[in-house]
Design a binder for this molecule. Structure first.
Ligand code: DX5
Ligand code: ZN
Length: 228
C-alpha cells in the first residue's frame, strides 16, 4: 500500500501575527506537513494571504516542512509559478475554479510541485475521477471552503470511500471540521491525509491531538491492508 497516515495542521486558525513561529511549533509537535489556505475573497468569501507570505514562511521554517497550498482562488493558473518560486511543495486547486484542469496539472508539474485536486461539498466525485491518475492527491472538502471552525459534513464520506475503492494507492485528503470526534469516520472511509485547524491549533496539547489523529488513521490503513 503506497500511502501512509499524514497530519497537516491548517494554520488559518492560529495567531496570524506569529505565523512563522506557529508553523515551527506545529512541526515540533509532530505535524507531517503544513496545510496553507490561500483565499482570494472571490472564489470564497474570505481573504487570507498569497505567495509573498509563503516566501517569508519558507525562510522562517527552513527547507524541510512540506507546504500543501490549498488554493481557494478563482484563477489558479495565475499563481502556479509565484507559488513554486516562493517554496510551495504541492499546489492543490479546486476543480470548480478552472475550465482546463489538464493544462493546469501540466503547468504545476512543470513548475516542480506536486498536484492536488480539490472538490467542494456540492461537487460530485465523478467530476474528479477522470483526473485521478494524473494527480498526487485528491482533496474532499468536508465543509464549505472559506472558514475554519465549521461543522464536519459526514455526508461527504461516501466520496472518500468511492475514491479509495477506485484508486487504492491515491493520497486522499479531507479538510474541515476534523478532530478527535470526527477522525474515525474519515479513517474508516479511507482518507490518509488529514487537515485539522481549530482542533489542533486550539488545543492545549497539539502534540497529543496530532498523535491521536495519526494513530486512528494508521490503524484503519493497517486494517484495510489485512482485509484485502
Ligand atoms: C476551510 C479551510 C480549512 C480550515 C480547516 O476553508 O480549507 O483548511 O482552516 O479548519 P478546521 O479544522 O477548523 O475546520
Ligand atoms: Zn484548507
Amino acid at each position: 500500500m503506497a500511502y501512509s497516515a499524514k497530519i497537516g495542521p491548517s494554520i488559518l486558525s492560529s495567531d496570524l501575527a506569529c505565523l512563522g513561529r506557529e508553523c515551527v511549533r506545529m512541526m515540533g509537535c509532530g505535524a507531517d506537513y503544513l496545510h496553507l489556505d490561500v483565499m482570494d475573497g472571490h472564489f470564497v468569501p474570505n481573504l487570507t494571504f498569497g505567495h509573498p507570505m509563503v516566501e517569508s514562511l519558507r525562510k522562517s521554517v527552513g527547507p524541510d516542512p512540506f507546504f500543501d497550498m490549498h488554493m481557494m482562488v478563482s484563477r489558479p493558473e495565475q499563481w502556479v509559478k509565484p507559488m513554486a518560486a516562493a517554496g510551495a511543495n504541492q499546489y492543490t486547486f479546486h476543480i470548480e475554479s478552472t475550465t482546463n484542469p489538464g493544462n493546469l496539472i501540466k503547468e504545476i508539474r512543470e513548475s516542480g510541485m506536486k498536484v492536488g485536486l480539490a472538490i467542494k461539498p456540492g461537487t460530485t466525485v465523478e467530476e474528479l475521477a477522470p483526473w485521478a491518475n494524473q494527480i498526487d492527491m485528491a482533496l474532499v472538502m468536508t465543509v464549505e471552503p472559506g472558514f475554519g471552525g465549521q461543522k464536519f459534513m459526514e455526508d461527504m464520506m461516501p466520496k472518500v470511500s468511492w475514491l479509495r475503492n477506485q484508486f487504492p494507492s491515491l493520497d486522499i485528503e479531507v479538510d474541515g471540521g476534523i478532530g478527535p470526534d470526527t477522525i474515525h469516520k474519515c479513517a474508516e472511509a479511507g482518507a490518509n491525509m488529514i487537515v485539522s485547524g481549530s482542533a489542533v491549533i486550539g488545543s492545549d496539547d497539539p502534540r497529543s491531538v496530532i498523535s491521536l489523529l495519526r494513530t486512528v488513521v494508521a490503524e484503519a490503513i493497517q486494517k484495510r491492508s489485512l482485509d484485502r
